[in-house]
Each structure stands twice: as C-alpha cells, then as structure tokens.
Design a protein around this ligand. Structure first.
Ligand SMILES: *Cc1c(COP(=O)(O)O)cnc(C)c1O
Length: 380
C-alpha cells in the first residue's frame, strides 16, 4: 500500500506566524552595508553589558542541564512583582507560555462531558500567536473587532465570552496599535467574566507594559491585586533586550501554574537564558537607559511622522503605528522602498491592516535615518 502520511487538515491550512524580516536577508538581497531594523520591537540599545558578562561567565555550564523549574529565576521574578513564587512560571519566550496555557485549559472538539466546544476569545486584529496556537490545538475562536479608531472595546469583548470560554486574550499595550486600556476597564472585564464565563482565564499580555508611562494606571499586576481569574504575561524580549535568548514569564493562578509546570518540557528555559535573565533583572541602569531612549524616540518619531502628514496612533509601547498621507502610495510600496534603502519596518497586512505600518523605536540615529528615508519616498 502507498504511504500517505498527512498532517491534520487544520494544520495543512495553517497560516504560519510571519516574523519581521531579518537583517541578513535584506543585506544579501539589496547588497547594502548598513541595515536599520525597526521591525520587531527589539531593544535599540542591544544586549546589556552586564548580561553579556553573565552569559560569558556561564558559558562553561552549557554542558549541564538547568535545574528543573528554574527556581532562582522564579524567585527573582516573584520579588520584582511582590507575588508568591508559586504563581510564577518561566518559559521559552512568552510564546511558549501562551501555547501551553491554551493546551492545558482548552480541549479540542466536543468535550467528553458533552458541554459543547471550548472557545478562546480575542480581538481582531491581535497578536497572531493567539489565533495560530488556538488553531493548532483545535480550539474555536470568537473574535471581537477593534473599534473604528483601532482601540479596544473591552465590554464588547466580554460579551463574546460565555460558559464555553476557556481563555480571553488582551494585549496591553496592544500590538500593533500601541493602545493601552485603563486598569479600571480591565478590572471590570475580570468581574464580568467571573459571572458570565466562570471557566475563563483572562490573559493580559503585558509584553510592552514596561514602556507605559504609568504602570499603576494600566496594569492590574502593578496595582498589587490580581483577581483570581487573571493571568499576566511578561517577557524579557523587549525592555530587557533578550529576544534572541527566548525568555518570558507569567503570573498565573496558583493551581494553573502548578499544571503549567507539569506540562512544560522540562528544560525549555536553558541555562544561559536563566543566568542572563537574573543579570537583566539586576541591571537597573540598562533598563533606565532603555526607558529614556524609548520615551525620547517615541516623542521624536511621533512628531516627525505627523510633520510628514502621517496619521500616528498614540502608543504606550516601544513602537508606533501609522498610516500614510492620502496623496502617497500604498503602505506596501512604502515598506518596499524603505527596505531597498536598508530600513526594515513592519507592514501590517498580515494583521489585517493593509493601510497601516508599524515602526519600532530605535536609537536617535536610527529614528532619523527612518524619517529621512520616508520623507524622500513621500517626495517622489
Ligand atoms: C513580542 C511579544 C511577545 C513576546 O514574545 P516572546 O515569545 O516572549 O519573545 C508577546 N506578546 C506580544 C503581543 C508581543 O508583541
């Protein structure tokens, strides 16, 4: 008989995650010397010198397995946020945490107890990892459109949740819009879900919360009172500058955290990432410099884009979303012209926003190069 190995239909049809383009790809394609990458919201200051030192110091440990459960790192994170260590999990990027949360809380297909199908509720558009991992796991999605100004309507989102909802995802500050809802609205959503969707975990993805001007106005974690149906995701990829090492964490309800640890692949946070994470948490100087360069760059780029006639959305994150003046070409053409000049930004077609672009805040020099390139293109 002929061999017919075949992935599940839902996997064969999967639209995979589209990462920002890499520097090497573009350098090769256009034969350019200098590339400015403002596509993936990475830290413009690079890797902190103290972290590099910690990685070098730990290099000779690479032959060892890390300790199960990364206890030192968990403790340091628990201290940072004043939460019990039992509620903290660390993963191979927050992507791993998202994926595993979906798989441990939601079941594919009809439930054994015949209750219906498990569902995940999220916005449209949103960070694509939630719908992609949900689809892989075979979980149905209910999606709430953003408002016409591309802000989040948390009340409408809550209305989509019901007895079959297992997870509700909210990105705050939002990617790709930069919008950051007030903490009162999040608290109200958590209260609503506790009544209308008692089996749902509200997952607040705070990958960019460090960049918000006043965390206590936006983060339930920063207020020190996490409702029992709320989880908060954070990452070392952005403000801590460790995107390539893959390290994220979450504060979860304790019994969810316990199940999460039991399901995680034993060593998904490697020994160098663990040491780097500890060093990054201790490095206040680098974080203060990161905040300063982000705030200054955000204000500079925002006014620069507006001066060029672009429509710029207010952002609490380390990137800005904008659309072009009406007289200009398309967002795709703009993206490609900048690319050919060595500046990589992010077109938002894959987010369902074909007229919009996202630019990460770079160093002062990188921001200027981007604005110059855009200005040149707009004049043509
Ligand atoms: C960058 C980002 C993350 C972080 O992902 P990691 O896997 O930790 O690198 C999570 N959520 C959103 C919305 C992001 O943009």
């Amino acid at each position: 008989m002929a061999v017919t190995i075949s992935a599940l239909p839902r996997i064969r049809e999967l639209a995979a995650y589209e990462p920002g383009l890499s520097i090497d790809e573009i350098r090769q394609k256009y034969g350019l010397e200098r590339i400015v990458k403002l596509a993936s919201n990475e830290n413009p200051l690079g890797t902190s010198p103290l972290v590099q030192e910690a990685i070098r110091r730990s290099a000779d440990l690479a032959f060892r397995y890390p300790r199960g459960g990364n206890p030192e790192l968990v403790k340091a994170i628990a201290q940072r946020h004043g939460v019990p260590a039992k509620s903290v999990v660390v993963g191979n990027g927050s992507d791993e945490i998202i994926d595993l949360l979906i798989r441990i809380l939601a079941e594919a297909g009809q439930r054994e107890d015949g209750e219906g199908r498990d569902e995940i509720v999220c916005f449209e558009p949103c960070f694509s990892i939630y719908p992609i991992q949900a689809r892989i796991a075979g979980i149905s999605l209910r999606r709430c459109p953003l408002k016409s100004d591309l802000t989040q309507d948390l009340v409408s989102l809550g209305k989509l949740a019901g007895p079959d909802t297992r997870l509700v995802f909210v990105t705050t500050p939002d990617n790709p819009t930069g919008y950051c809802p007030p903490v009162e609205e999040l608290a109200a959503l958590a209260r609503h879900l506790a009544e209308a969707a008692p089996k749902a975990l509200l997952v607040l993805d705070e990958a960019y919360m460090d960049f918000a001007t006043d965390e206590t106005r936006h983060s339930l974690l920063a207020t020190g009172r996490l409702p029992e149906n709320v989880a908060v995701l954070r990452t070392f990829s952005k403000s801590f500058g460790l995107a390539g090492l893959r390290l994220g964490y979450a504060i979860l309800p304790e019994q969810v955290a316990d199940c999460w640890w039991r399901s995680r692949l034993p060593f998904s946070v490697n020994i160098l990432a663990e040491q780097a994470g500890l060093a990054a948490l201790a490095d206040r100087t680098f974080r203060e410099q990161t905040m300063a360069v982000t705030r200054e760059g955000r204000a500079f780029l925002s006014s620069g884009l507006a001066r060029l006639g672009c429509n710029v959305w207010p952002s609490s994150a380390n990137f800005l979303m904008f659309s072009l003046p009406e007289s200009a070409g398309t967002a795709r053409q703009c993206f490609e012209a900048l690319l050919a000049s060595g500046v990589i930004i992010r077109p938002l077609g894959s987010y369902g926003l074909p007229g919009h672009l996202r630019v990460s805040i770079g160093t002062a020099e990188e921001n200027q190069i981007f604005l110059n390139g855009l200005s040149e293109w707009l004049k043509k």
